[in-house]
Structure formats: structure tokens, C-alpha cells
Design a protein around this ligand. Sequence first.
Ligand code: EPU
Length: 455
Amino acid sequence: MNSLAKDSTAAAKRTGLLSNQIIINGGKPLRGRINVRGAKNLATKAMVAALLADTPSVLKDVPAISDVRVVTGMLEAYGVTVTETGDGELTLDPGNVLKAHFAKIDALAGSSRIPILFCGPLLHRLGEALIPDLGGCRIGDRPIDFHLDALRAFGAVVDKSYEGIRLTAPDGLHGADIDLPYPSVGATEQVLLTAVLARGVTELKGAAIEPEIMDLIAILQKMGAIINVEPDRVIFIEGVEKLSGYNHRALFDRNEAASWASAALATGGDIFVEGAKQQELMTFLNIFRKVGGAFDIAEDGIRFWHPGGILKPVVIETDVHPGFMTDWQQPLIVALTQAEGRSVVHETVYENRLGFTSALIEMGANIDVFEEGLESISRRVPRRPLEQAAVIIGPTPLHGADVEIPDLRGGFSHLIAALTAEGQSTVSNIGIIARGYEHFTDKLQSLGADFVYEG
Ligand code: EPU
């Protein structure tokens, strides 16, 4: 079994999926109502923040996804007691933080990117941190240089050992001036989680300002932190002596909401996404409307549907917030295979996030991927040799195929493509989807999808 299949099987087990493979009979519109809960990319970081406190934290709307299980395992390995105190509610008690056994964290860290964010909190709590090899989606190199440079600026000493990366802070951590070469989401979170308890003031330039980051800042403020978000991606953090636990409802998962919206459009369906909100989805909603999708914003969610007629092509360039998110392009590309004319999707954040299109081509889509990207659009992340652009010409009917899921968002797109396609598709490695989409097979069932578990 290759490492992707292993990760997928483990994620399927962690989330109680009945199997790692399904057979889909496509060609039927998805219709109905589903809900989205807290964002994977906030809830997991909020859980790490609980390590900084001296009293328990309560996090609400935590999704039942594999990445949450992985972070729960990591926290438990460090002595944090994580208790389910309600439906989607976790109480995290950091009263007894201790060094973890390497084998325990090594077994978990390979499945996610989040462990890198344990560095600052562990340095504060234990004076050292050990980060084994990281996992997460295989969507490019995904280096951690911004993280390590920032930690060094706070006074951490970074050593590579055979087990992974060992960090120590012989003189404690102090405030720092940090200028990120790119507004990295993870590196911004790293700085926030470290600076809040560091001695003195930290000035962060070039910060990411995604809604999930703003929600993390709100959580840290509840805990007692002093954080000022200034214009032009500058954040000031005044270190404090101690932080207490928080009580917080996680921001909804806008990536999941955008995925279901795209599923409604691609399959010619109609889905009410309970819990979705307009503010955090504005850029997506504009593109959805330009493609020809309809939406209606209600107090408790957003209804997305295909209003009939012809879908229109678009040109999209992925970007940091408030631009069009890299996580939204994959599901939308499936809908674009049904638009009349030529669409262009330029991926500028990751260098390997269009690989999933090969399965769509096998299903009948007309997509050309340009490895070098398009000359007219510049690179966002410095020192990256590759960018990619996909040119999609539609409409093309899709037909069933056997597809193996490569990563989280690409994998959800394969699901949508199989549901859009006429005929039967076998989709394997669906456990990867369970990393970030809660109860997705139950939701598919309630939307009228025709599928069976296999194996
Ligand atoms: N980068 C570096 N060096 C670093 C850190 C990042 O070169 O030290 C590069 C990355 O390789 C990438 C770019 O900077 O090319 C953007 O990375 P960023 O740090 O912003 O992303 P991340 O924190 O690793 C989070 C989400 C991703 C989401 C991106 C962009 C989590 C756990 N992951 O990743 O979500 O695509 O931000 O918004 O929050 C997903 O949910 O499927 C997913 C991949």
C-alpha cells in the first residue's frame, strides 16, 4: 500500500467511514439541505491555542473530521485532556502539559500540517519542541522555512535531528520584528501563537488576513492576548504574562461551503448550505454568479443552485484573502467543464494543485494544464520554479471512470465529477476527503446521490 492509500485508510478509520472506496452512479442533480460546521483551518489551530492557557478552553462547532482527530491525538500525547462535552463541542484542559513520547507524535504528525504550529506553544510551556516529518496534502513542496525563520527571530534554537526538527529556547522567547516574504497562512498563525506569550512586542509585516486568522485572533483576545491588526498586512502583538482558556464557536468552513455550491452547479442541482455566511464567501459568490450560478442568502445559510440555461466561462487567478482562494478552484473547475467556452484557472499559491484534472480529462473533460503557468501573471511565492494554469473548454459531457483521490480538495472535485458524469465511477481513497469534509457520505445520501460502499 502506498503512503497516500495508508493515510487515506487511516483517515477513513478515524472518522468511521464504512470503506475507503465508493461506486457512484452519476448524472443526477444533487438536491437538498446540508449543514457546515466549524472550519478545518480554524478549529485545528484553535485547539493548538488551548495549549497556551492555564485553564480549560471550550470550542464549539468542531467538525468530525480526521484532521481534528489527529490534533486531538497530538494534544493528548502532550498531556492535554480533550473531552467531547456536547455535539461538536470539545473541552481542552491543558492543566497537565508534559513531554510526549516521540513514537506517539511521529505516528500522528505524518497525517497533517498542523503539528508545526505546536512549536511556539510547546516552547512556552516546556522549553522545547520536536517536530517529526509533516503530512498534509501533496500539493507541492510545502516547505516550513517561513515558520523556522520566524521561530529563530523569537529566540528559538533550531536543530535538525534524525527524528525531525528539535527546537529549544534557552533564554525564553522574546518579541521580534518579522517580515514574511509571502502572506503565508501557517506562518502568520505560527507568529501569533508564539508572540502572544513572548516577552515584549512583535511586529509582523506581510501577514495573512484570512477570516480563519481573524477568528484565531478573536480567540487569542478572549484568552487575554493584546493583538492589533493594522492596515497593509501589519499585526502588532504585545506579549502578556499568561493566558486563560477561551469559550468560542468556530467560524464556519467556507471551503466546504464553496465545495457544495460547486457540486450544486456541476450536477445541475440545488443545495441549501446551512451555516454558510456571505461575508467570508463574497469573492466566491461573485465568480459563482459570473459562471451563471444562482444563490440566495438567508439568515441561517445560503442556497446555491443551477438556474437552468447555459453556464459561462471565467478567468480566475487564485490569491490570498480577499482574493479567490486556492481551495475553491478545484471544485469549481468541475462546473467549468459544463460552461460554454474557454475558462482559465491560474493557480498561483501552490505548484501542484491542478494534478487532479487528469481524472477529469479521463472522464471526458477538455482541459490543458500549462506547467509553467501563463507569462502575463507573476508568481506570488518567492523562489518557486513552478506555477500552473488550466484552460478548460466546455461544455463536455462527462462519463464515469475509475479515479483515485490525490488530495483533499482535488478529491472532493473527483466526487463531484463522478456525480456529474453519466454512468458508473469507482472512487478510491475517499478517506482523504474525511480529512476535511465532515460526514460527507451522509450528506451525499441526503442530497440524493446514488452510490454504494465497496470493499
Ligand atoms: N510556504 C513556503 N514556506 C513556508 C510556508 C509556506 O514557501 O514556510 C508556501 C507554501 O508552500 C505555499 C504558499 O506558501 O506555496 C502558501 O502556504 P500557506 O502557508 O499560506 O498555507 P498553509 O498554511 O500551509 C493553509 C491551509 C491550506 C490552504 C492555504 C492557503 C491549513 C491547515 N491549510 O495552508 O488548506 O490552501 O492555507 O489558504 O490551514 C486545505 O484545506 O485543503 C488546504 C490545503
